[in-house]
Design a protein around this ligand. Sequence first.
Ligand code: GP9
Length: 419
Amino acid sequence: DESKLPDIKEYVNEIQSKNQSDLYGIAEGKNVIFISVESLQNFVINNEVNREEITPFLNSLVENEDTFYFENFYSQVAQGRTSDSEFLVENSLYPLSSGAVFFTHGQNEYNALPEQLKEKGYYNTVFHANNKSFWNRDQMYKSLGYDYYYGEKAYEVTENNSIGWGLKDKAFFEQSIKYLQSFEQPFYSKFITLTNHFPFNLDEEDRTIEPYDSNSNTLNNYFPTVRYTDEALEQFFKQLKDTGIYEDSIIVIMGDHFGISENHNKAMSQYLGNEKITPYDHLQLQRVPLFIHIPGSGKGKVMSDVSGQIDVKPTLLHLLGIETENDIYFGNDLFSDDRKGYILFRNGDFVSENYVSAGGSCYNRETGAPVDENNNSGVEDKVGNPCTPIKKRVMKELQYSDDIIYGDLFRFVNFGRSN
Ligand code: GP9
């Protein structure tokens, strides 16, 4: 109920980044092209399979002087998978512990990224070649402030240009460009890819690297589909340049969530060369790549701090020079040096700069070794389990986020928007 708001606001005010970064406003007035890549995990970046590079295009982006690449960026989704990642990114609130918030709270009041951009004159669209009602997107997108959703029917889908869940990524981007060209600028457009979806089916003609060899066909086939999507992204960048959209845009590429589940731990440990996949390793495998590409900025670098999907909204708003002081959210601006220092997961696990709490144990983040909880190893001036104080904050933060969603509390907040 409404009476919870003062405590929530106080907490949010405590954790929000106060120091403006050098990059504040660097992309003011630019289009935002956000690409959510299905099941793209971070372990494929700058890695090989059968001695071949898996993601040559994304690897070239890591080196690109206009790209910020976040190598310790975590997916924080729960049962709502892709829809949860969309929810985290656009609201900087946490998904729910059961069910998909897109379904259960699609009619809530939000103060989402698209709504805030609309206020600044942006035209907001989503591109995703699937049935519009999947994940209740058609409803939820209205609540989040989208102007239009280009779903499956906006595309020419044939037997030849589709596989698995539908339209192949290359055709998807190719057919989307004409819509982008027709928009008045600035626009915010989200693209959600599909080809790299479990069980990773791919036509022979689209396969440019060979599968891996293990007891898991899922993991084996993951690599060629990841490569296919990498090529689709490269092609899309080229099309954006050819049409002149590129220069007036910033381009964000993010993996939505894991593609290889725990069921494939044996094959995964073989690939990674680990003896087994521990709870610590499992959490580290929740890392997905985040690239923020700002053409002409020349300031790109690899960012190594702990970060997650909860941080995307304030980070993007600040790059666009949009103030968030009166907003209510749980992430931090990833370019600010004033951040809360941990990333939490829906089940209460977390990763902080020094520790990882997973499966009820506390680990040293750097080494992966369990911290001796009674013996104070790994910390100098704290007695007891160093994960305990962070865990308390984590549980409180999840509770506040749940309070907002279950109570639809943003009904009672005046964010100063006119729409
Ligand atoms: C469905 C696509 C995949 O439209 O976004 O969803 P997922 O199964 O990954 O949540």
